[in-house]
Design a protein. Structure first.
Length: 110
């Protein structure tokens, strides 16, 4: 009997899987946001202009008795509003994916 297993089903919706690597007993899943723009948390203006990127390391639900670590590529955007006090901001994920400054996915919290 053959099973088709899609690793994308392991990560929360709203993230796109880039790669999966086995490190010892852990699975390391690198993913990025599906959205192409982000809203400034201060003024609410949408921005598509990317300033830089960085990795967030987040714990997720285990899979087959293996720890799953998400490396989420988080983008920093430049705010497009000329009068906004915040020039650069990091993209936010939906609360059902990842809370702000959290090191665990929302589904691991429950």
């Amino acid at each position: 009997m053959s099973f088709r297993f899609k690793i994308a089903r392991l990560v929360p919706q709203g993230l796109i899987v880039e790669r999966v690597v086995e490190e010892g007993d852990d699975l390391v899943v690198t993913a990025h946001a599906r959205a192409s723009a982000a809203a400034c948390p201060l003024c609410g203006q949408d921005s598509r202009r990317i300033h830089s990127r960085y990795f967030r390391q987040v714990a997720d639900l285990p899979c087959a008795d293996r720890k799953v670590r998400l490396h989420i590529v988080t983008r920093r955007f430049v705010c497009a509003a000329p009068l906004c006090l915040r020039r650069v901001f990091a993209e936010r994920f939906e609360k059902d994916i990842l809370a702000s400054r959290s090191r665990r996915t929302a589904r691991l919290e429950y």
